[in-house]
Design a protein around this ligand. Structure first.
Ligand SMILES: Cc1cc2nc3c(=O)[nH]c(=O)nc-3n(C[C@H](O)[C@H](O)[C@H](O)COP(=O)(O)OP(=O)(O)OC[C@H]3O[C@@H](n4cnc5c(N)ncnc54)[C@H](O)[C@@H]3O)c2cc1C
Length: 432
């Protein structure tokens, strides 16, 4: 009988306290780094066998970089972490009364449980959007978008009906936050520099890039000046920006807006919202409207002593952040680091320290030479902001090889205006 038959994950039995962490994203990884080689057994459960760097997903989706440049295998990452065990599995439910986590490969008992499952695309309950739109929350989504755009362009180049050529080559992006803006900018460059060379059959057909936002401005978390700059940059790049506009439905080739207008576009990308992804088994009082898990100042799930939630799937309300922290990398990284220090305190029977968020600013890039950045009270735009953006993203990538590969890709594309990864490796299934 193997351990799976007994319903257990083969995590070596030990007298050490066991911390089970679900999710090896920014929050989970930074927690693990803080616990490495301590007298604690750490078990990471993740449904993938790799960490993914979500901020550069849009570059995979738009053929700028390879997916393996933004992913890193957990087992390689933990080679030198003697107390860390990795298991590839999806957490399915928690039994808090018996300190047990159930997963797709069995159950495991914990002394402490940390839920760091991140977030998922929020289609706000619209099953039509969920079925027809492609979200962008994982490497798989990014490959779907890349394939969908390229497959549609291939179809456009063989049809003789001009209207179908237009539909198939056009893209509608819903959501004017950083992800929507970044995809739109990258596609505008694709349209300008790649399309005429790769698809001579589409000469005279305008590939439309629509960016649709329900609010009155792009990048709403940024100062107004930078939001207006972004609008100008994208308009100059011939992106059609529709503000104060909501989408009613999509039928595969047409996006129908709530005001009755119809946009011809066969690729439909949804970046308009995210929601938490809590594991089942927590009380409904500890889940907020955005599906995030409510925690106290220490990241402890309300009413539970030994279950914590950090990162995007957690919401810690404080006077400075009454609606919780933004769902971006820095709160997740900082919560992971703080919780690691608190586990060390707990083990020494010392009181835990509350989490305090240090806001390091926000930024977004528009194409490969322009960006906007708001850091502390300073605002940057244009090439200098793009340089800061590139530097920060490059040093944040995990793995030396990944940093080098991305730097080479960026330098190549900077000088040649080329995007070398326009491959349909796995086809996007329209009927999925
Ligand atoms: C397209 C995109 C662009 C972004 N750009 C930026 C940016 O430029 N700057 C910025 O600061 N932030 C950006 N963000 C947000 C940032 O990436 C997130 O805030 C951050 O990743 C949250 O970290 P996390 O650890 O909470 O979750 P994640 O990094 O999402 O990690 C969650 C992990 O949990 C695993 N998991 C999920 N469910 C289960 C389960 N049931 N069982 C087992 N494992 C599970 C996943 O496989 C994943 O490894 C972006 C996000 C997206 C989607």
């Amino acid at each position: 009988m193997n351990c799976l038959d007994k319903g257990l994950i083969c995590a070596a039995e030990t007298d050490l306290p066991r911390v089970v962490i679900v999710g090896g994203g920014f929050a989970g990884l930074n927690l693990i780094k803080g616990l490495k080689n301590l007298h604690i057994q750490v078990v990471l459960i993740d449904k993938n066998n790799f960490h993914q760097f979500l901020p550069l997903l849009y570059q995979v989706a738009t053929s700028g970089i390879e997916p393996n440049n933004i992913a890193f295998p957990f087992r390689k990452l933990f080679e030198k972490y003697k107390n860390v065990i990795f298991r590839m599995a999806e957490a399915t439910s928690i039994e808090t009364a018996s300190n047990k986590l159930n997963t797709t490969i069995g159950s495991i008992n914990y002394d402490f449980l940390v839920i760091a499952c991140g977030s998922d695309t929020n289609f706000f309950g619209n099953s039509g959007f969920k079925k027809f739109a492609t979200g962008l929350n994982s490497v798989t989504d990014a490959l779907d978008i890349r394939s969908r755009i390229l497959q549609n362009l291939e179809r456009a180049s063989v049809t003789c009906i001009e209207n179908d050529k237009k539909k198939l080559s056009s893209v509608a992006i819903v959501g004017g936050g950083a992800t929507g803006v970044e995809i739109a900018g990258a596609l505008a460059e694709f349209k300008r520099y790649i399309l005429p060379k790769d698809y001579p059959e589409l000469k005279g057909i305008e590939m439309k890039i629509y960016l649709i936002e329900a609010a009155g401005s792009l990048l709403q978390s940024m100062p107004e000046k930078l939001s207006l700059k972004t609008l100008k940059y994208l308009s100059d790049m011939k992106v059609d920006i529709l503000l104060n506009t909501s989408v009613d439905s999509f039928n595969g080739g047409e996006v129908i807006l709530e005001n009755g207008q119809i946009l011809n576009a066969s690729t439909f990308i949804w970046t308009a919202g995210v929601k938490g992804t809590p594991v089942k088994g927590l009380s409904s009082e500890s889940i907020d409207r955005q599906n995030r898990i409510l925690t106290d100042d220490f990241g402890r799930v309300l009413t539970l002593e030994n279950v914590f939630a950090i990162g995007d799937n957690a919401i810690l309300k404080s006077p400075g952040y009454p609606n919780g922290h933004p769902m971006v990398a820095q709160p997740a990284i900082q919560q992971g680091k703080t919780l690691a220090k608190n586990f060390v305190r707990l083990i020494k029977n010392e009181p835990m320290a509350p989490f305090e968020y240090q806001d390091k600013g926000t930024m977004a890039t528009i194409g490969k030479k322009k960006a906007v950045a708001s850091i502390k009270k300073l605002e940057f735009s244009g090439f200098f902001a793009w340089f800061i953006w590139s530097f920060i993203h490059l040093i944040s990538l995990i793995g030396f090889r990944n940093k080098i590969m991305v730097a080479i890709n960026w330098t190549w594309s900077y000088f040649t205006y080329d995007k070398g990864n326009r491959l349909i490796i796995r086809r996007y299934d329209e009927k999925r």
